[in-house]
Ligand binder design. Sequence first.
Ligand code: CA
Length: 250
Amino acid sequence: MAASAPTVLLIEDEPQMRRFLRATLRAHDYAVVEAATAREGLAQAAGRGPEIILLDLGLPDGNGLDVVREIRRTARTPIIVISARGQEPDKVAALDLGADDYLTKPFGVPELLARIRVALRHALDRAGESDAEEFAAGALVVDLRRREIRRHGERVHLTPTEYKLLAVLIRRAGRVVTHRQLLEAVWGANYADQTHYLRVYMAQLRHKLEDDPNRPALLITEPGVGYRLRDDASPATTGSSTKLARPGSR
Ligand code: CA
């Protein structure tokens, strides 16, 4: 068991935060490697081959953004950014640079573990298993091969643009996708700043897919960042009865 435990690289300069994260992760069967500076973190990322990286954005010897950029030059290792309130622009920039997700301090343990599981699962999917042919979340079922959408068993018709937007979110289900990433994927690089497109199309999607479009349960707004499609494997962040699945189902 211990031999196959996924290794988490923790890049964080605050000793208290590091102690808390180390204890939490070890209690849930992760192996933990630590770094207190950007430089140390990059060395560990290259040398220790972690399965996932938790990265604090405010580091004493540099910006976490540079760490993301540097790691992404050679590796797709999932990166979850840990940011403090007030670091929203950096957080978004980190995601645009290829970080997979983020947590804002203070965050709860169930949320941390859920984010890690989602990121590891996506990394495994990418590593080889064929693309899923069906996506299901709540009352929504999407047949990705036939591009058929059903809600409570009833066919739902989406326009090509609505489908494209939904498909991008499905590919990253459970993880946040930034405004820029969605706009570039659906409309193209020239539209990266046209956030109002997203508002319009997201409202249409919610109208067609949500039980209550005004209180979305699937298409979640991440304020100032983007959107997240909640899938059945990523529980609501506040769920107190969150089941803790065992990490790394390899
Ligand atoms: Ca810090």
